[in-house]
Design a protein around this ligand. Structure first.
Ligand code: B16
Ligand code: MG
Length: 224
């Protein structure tokens, strides 16, 4: 029986991928590495450090750990300039209503994000209060697709892993959910997230109970 809903942050609650891209692009340009918008897909859901390693691989470049850390630190300063301007207007369509619907129906709700900036983002968009637990990049040591972030969410909610479902926009996150023995709803398309158990384009107009019923009855269910 499903009792908990676990939400990824970037790409599910807000679209911060565009800010990650702009910040990484600035760093890549400086390093004369060709980094395109489509390459940004590779960075979704993965840690800051791994993101930079992927960018270096795209440019066929190598760097010491110290240098990599310095570029990551600088990328985050640029990223924070964008994040600090965020408001609740940037919450994706239907998210507030969907989370309220979940809470009214006594589901527990947690945030499970790879981002070390999750807490700042939630404060900026004024969406901290509804979460019964927040597990972010500051609280995990293993990156998705390792299940750590979601198993810690379930534990913080006092639930078993299989009592939780995950909402994710990244392939690494869908795999992390499955590795935790949880069903995963992909926020995106079947093409982008072929392993998700169900797909949603967005939360607007989605009824929590109906979604859980469909997922529970038929885990192979398609987009609703
Ligand atoms: P930060 P999520 C992830 O957040 C992003 O999808 C990913 O692109 C980013 O590299 C990662 O957070 C780390 O972010 O640099 O803020 O610690 O999708 O797991 O909420
Ligand atoms: Mg995400």
């Amino acid at each position: 029986m499903i009792k908990g809903l676990l939400f990824d942050l970037d790409g599910v609650i807000v679209d911060t991928a565009k800010y990650h891209y702009l910040a990484w692009k600035q760093i890549a340009d400086e390093l004369k590495i060709d980094f395109k918008l489509k390459d940004n897909e590779l960075l979704k859901g993965v840690s800051r450090e791994r993101s930079f390693e992927i960018i270096l691989e795209l440019g066929d470049r190598k760097m010491s750990r110290e240098e990599r850390n310095e570029y990551c630190r600088r990328k985050n300063i640029i990223y924070l300039e964008y994040i600090n301007k965020m408001t609740e207007e940037e919450i994706l369509p239907g998210v507030n209503e969907f989370i309220s619907d979940a809470k009214k129906n006594a589901y527990k709700v947690a945030l499970g994000s790879a981002s070390k900036n999750a807490s700042i983002i939630l404060t900026k968009i004024k969406l901290k209060d509804p979460f019964d637990a927040i597990i972010d990049g500051e609280k995990v040591s293993e990156a998705k697709p390792n299940p750590e972030v979601f198993t810690k969410c379930a534990c913080a909610l006092g639930l078993k892993n299989e009592e939780c479902i995950v909402f994710e926009d990244s392939a690494a996150g869908i795999q992390a959910a499955h590795n935790a023995n949880m069903l995963a709803v992909g926020i995106g398309t079947k093409e982008n997230l072929p392993k998700a158990d169900m797909h949603l384009y967005e939360f607007e107009g989605i009824n929590v109970q109906k979604l859980i019923d469909i997922l529970g009855e038929n885990p192979e269910a398609d987009t609703i």
